[in-house]
Write a protein that binds this ligand. Structure first.
Ligand SMILES: *Cc1c(COP(=O)(O)O)cnc(C)c1O
Length: 430
């Protein structure tokens, strides 16, 4: 397997793009080596510019639940594109897309389209602050909600200490209005509410955490968070940018029976086009401009190509779910995790993995993992070696252990078996 073209391409890219990429984790810093450059995709396969083929479990970091270049989605895009790529006036397609999302996601009554997950969460926070007339936001350690200033923050040691910026350039004043507490730790959250509850506008949570590896909520945890926010008059924002239409057709909120005030969406909703969205209770969303005073806008929001791709993808998911799509995805993910665990056990390597809907997590440690502190105990060097061994066998995972793996509706038993074999061989090489 040669990567020479990718190596050349990466060197060239570094001259004109910071770190050679347009999003940091693409640079392979967590696993070492040179990122491979994509040439094209087809169904479950991704081809790089050296001609290597990979069974893809990265799937553009989640959006591609229909795999690469699905003919029906491409057709929907081409058909719309031939009439123009953007208008800046409303289109009927935007209403159809909104109707579809509202019909599928239980708590969403009305919705605003934006262009990324970051934009969705940023806008939801502004709305929550305006609605509650409070300033503080609570997030959870290791949960990622995009790169807006308020959300690029982790907490100090005590639950009630002021947040510290996670990145230079985020002002101290901004960071100070964001609290971060451990995921799955109800006592920590309760304590924070007891001390600062009157200041808290919203709690934003990944209902299944997917950005510290894949970490499931403990039984009853999400419901308890819901009750706590309600009793203090704070909003609950369910960040389903990753889990929406991926854990279940109605998202993790359908899976767990959760009723948040606001929901943010991204990734799968755009089927590989740049789309995000935030929506929820009508009374709250009525504050969004022009219906209300909370300003939020976008030149390309509700873009027809993006709406066409997203709508087609959601229609296909709805149809596929009548045949039990999400159960099938979870079975595939479960099989991969079981193979990973068996192969690790055989070699005396500590491993832990699990799957939910179309996402899964693989950790090099005993587990179980409930929070970021636990996830961070995983052996990063072993993962890096495992990742590269799999890559050489034609299987692409995320280039970092603290990310989730993704399955598509077009992965079949063929790819699954090849992957299981690759996992066993890669584990033997460790
Ligand atoms: C990916 C992600 C985001 C950010 O979405 P972008 O489209 O990358 O801006 C926000 N929240 C969660 C849970 C995500 O997984």
């Amino acid at each position: 397997m040669s990567f020479s073209r990718s190596e050349t391409a990466f060197n060239e890219a570094k001259q004109v793009l910071p770190g050679g990429v347009n999003s940091p984790v693409r640079a392979f810093r967590a696993v070492g080596g040179t990122p491979f450059f994509a040439d094209r995709g087809e169904g479950p396969y991704l081809y790089d510019i050296d001609g290597n083929r990979y069974i893809d479990y990265l799937l553009s970091w989640g959006p591609l639940i229909w795999g690469h270049a699905h003919p029906a989605i491409l057709n929907a895009i081409v058909e719309v594109a031939s009439k123009g790529t953007s208008f800046g006036v409303p289109t009927e397609l935007e209403t159809k897309m909104a109707e579809k999302v509202v019909s599928l996601v239980p708590s969403v009554e009305i919705i605003r389209m934006v262009n990324s997950g970051t934009e969705a969460t940023m806008s939801a926070l502004r709305l929550a602050r305006a609605y509650t007339k409070r300033n503080a936001i609570v997030k959870f350690d290791g949960c990622y909600h995009g790169h807006s200033d308020s959300l690029l923050v982790k907490a100090g040691s005590g639950v009630a200490t002021f947040g510290l910026p996670d990145s230079p350039g985020v002002s101290k004043a901004t960071a100070e209005t964001t609290f971060s507490v451990p995921y799955n730790d109800l006592d920590a959250l309760r304590e924070l509410f007891q001390e600062r509850g009157e200041e808290i506008a919203a709690v934003i949570i990944e209902p299944v955490a997917g950005n510290m590896g894949c970490v499931l909520p403990r039984p009853g945890y999400l419901q308890a968070v819901r009750e706590l926010t309600r009793s203090y008059g704070a909003l609950l924002i369910c960040d389903e940018v990753m889990t929406g239409f991926r854990v279940a057709l109605g998202g993790a909120q359908a899976y767990y029976g959760l009723d948040p005030d606001l929901t943010t969406l991204g990734k799968v909703i755009g089927a590989g086009m740049p789309v995000g969205a935030y929506g929820g209770k009508r009374e709250i969303m009525a504050m969004v401009a022009p219906e209300g005073p909370v300003y939020q806008a976008g030149t390309l929001s509700g873009n027809p190509l993006a709406m066409a791709a997203g709508l087609k993808s959601l229609e296909m998911l709805e149809e596929a779910e009548t045949q039990g799509l999400y159960k099938t995805l979870q079975q595939y993910g479960g099989t991969l995790c079981a193979t990973f665990q068996e192969a690790g056990k055989e070699r005396g390597i500590a491993v832990y993995g699990h799957a939910i809907g179309g996402m899964f997590g693989l950790f090099f440690q005993e587990g179980p993992v409930f929070d970021y502190e636990g996830a961070a105990k995983s052996d990063k060097d072993l993962y890096a070696r495992f990742f590269h061994a799999l890559l050489r066998k034609g299987v692409a995972l995320a280039p970092s252990q603290l990310e989730s793996g993704f399955l598509s509706a077009v992965h079949t038993d063929d790819q699954l078996q090849h992957t299981q074999q690759a996992i066993r061989e890669a584990m033997a090489e460790l």
